[in-house]
Design a protein around this ligand. Structure first.
Ligand SMILES: C[S@@+](CC[C@H](N)C(=O)[O-])C[C@H]1O[C@@H](n2cnc3c(N)ncnc32)[C@H](O)[C@@H]1O
Length: 429
């Protein structure tokens, strides 16, 4: 089949569908560097802005693919939905092109939040726009880890089938499909590829946290974070109704005395940032604050000695978000991310989602004191066959974080091929 690749980025749709023998006849991408890269990797020069792509200049095709920009819909973005002037309504251009060409299939990909934003109104708008021009719409939320690839990355895949095309035999890919092999993160990692070393300050901080874990001998760390500023603190969980005088009897972060604080702003500078807003501990961290205060009570000497060594310049390095092995607390056996909320320790079998907006969340392999390389990240997106990736690390991670996982597209494409050949047989009979 012939396909077009709208908002083509690195070409996740292209790689996935080409692996099934389909042919790309048009693509568009507004970013000049990505257009150049697409041309060198795939031999097709993308048009620039979808808004200026004239229907008559786009060749006829069987599959229209569009990974429309997700920033307005993702939970991490500003959630402006279709009202976002820059890219919220780019979907209208996809509908315009589909209305003119009437391809057999429309394949869209986005963050799952696209289904629920504005109480589902945006999704109703997208679905009814395609239904009005003669398509049956269906969708499935799929993560690469469901199909044997070690990356957690839930995305919604939306399939529109032209009303006259019989698609009863179409099946969304699943783990039990033929040829799906489970790959572990270890098999993806390749120390010989060029990678960035972890900064000394970060590796020292990880070593220090490990020292604490070894000393504490905690039986199980499940779903809680260790919040170091709570070592020695006893300020109330909610102090919105307390006076400055009442507060002076308590201890702030790391047991700092509040006794001499003359103003609220002076006092709040001794209270951790997660408790400053509305003068109460934010609910998302409350359970971990209680856990950490108990931990301190049971291990006062150790916690005090340890917290003197901790680098307190960076707020988020003072919180260890444990999402890893519940019983063996060895950071080196995990994958780590330095996130704005804290240092997150994750199981080493599956990589966290590669995301485009913050290159600071590039996964770290602590046992090798290094970041995951862009080549390994490309394998996590099934884009390892690309001849070229963006040269700069941040640009490469941004593009890879924006890309659709090519393995999922390959598997969807395989199932579309089987409906298409079935339909052609019926037509020729
Ligand atoms: C979510 S990414 C899609 C990535 C792609 N599916 C892949 O596999 O790499 C959205 C892409 O749309 C591009 N884009 C944004 N606005 C555009 C526009 N008006 N016309 C064409 N491309 C646009 C962005 O530069 C970005 O690369």
């Amino acid at each position: 089949m012939k396909f077009i690749d709208l908002f083509s980025g690195l070409g996740g749709f292209h790689v996935g569908l080409k692996n099934n023998g389909h042919e790309c006849v048009f693509s568009c991408e507004i970013d000049k560097d990505l257009r150049d890269l697409y041309e060198s990797n795939h031999g097709v020069r993308p048009h620039d802005d979808i808004r200026t792509a004239r229907e008559s200049e786009i060749p006829a095709h069987d599959i229209l693919c569009a990974g429309f920009p997700c920033q307005p819909f993702s939970l991490a973005g500003k959630k402006k939905g279709a009202t976002c002037p820059e890219s919220g309504r780019l979907i209208d251009h996809v509908v315009r092109i589909a209305k003119h060409h009437k391809p057999k299939f429309i394949l869209l990909e986005n963050v799952p939040n696209v289904l629920t934003i504005e109480n589902g109104q945006f999704w109703n708008y997208v679905r009814s726009s395609f239904e009005l021009i003669g398509y049956k719409m269906d969708y499935r939320i799929i993560s690469p880890v469901d199909l044997g690839i070690p990356q957690n990355r839930k995305r919604v895949f939306i399939l529109g089938t032209r009303s006259d095309v019989k698609n009863e035999s179409f099946k969304w890919p699943s783990a039990s499909d033929e040829g799906i092999i489970k790959v572990s993160l270890n098999e993806i990692l390749d120390n010989s590829l060029h990678h960035k070393k972890l900064e000394i300050k970060k590796s020292d901080t990880l070593l220090l946290w490990q020292e604490l874990l070894n000393g504490l001998n905690i039986e199980t760390l499940s779903g809680v974070s260790i919040v170091a500023p709570e070592f020695g603190a006893n300020y109330p969980e909610n102090f919105v109704n307390l006076s400055l005088k009442d507060m002076r009897q308590y201890k702030g972060a790391y047991g700092q005395s509040l006794e001499r604080c003359r103003t609220w702003s002076e006092l709040l500078s001794h209270i951790p940032s997660y408790a400053q807003k509305n003068k109460k501990i934010s609910p998302w961290i409350l359970k971990s604050v209680r856990f950490s205060r108990n931990l301190y009570q049971e291990n006062k000497g150790l916690c005090e000695k340890w917290s003197k060594k901790l680098n307190k310049i960076n707020n988020s390095w003072q919180i260890l978000e444990w999402r890893g092995d519940h019983t063996k607390h060895v950071i080196g056996n995990h994958v780590v991310q330095f996130r704005a909320s804290g240092i997150r320790v994750l199981r080493a079998d599956v990589a966290p989602s590669l995301i485009a907006m913050t290159p600071t969340q590039i996964p770290i392999i602590p046992s090798e004191s290094r970041y995951v390389s862009k080549y390994e990240a490309a394998k996590l997106q099934h884009l390892h066959t690309l001849k070229k990736l963006p040269e700069k690390n941040n640009a490469a991670f941004k593009a890879l974080g924006n890309a659709v996982n090519a393995k999922i597209i390959e598997l969807i494409g395989r199932n579309l091929t089987s409906i298409n050949s079935h339909a052609s047989t019926i037509n020729s009979v």
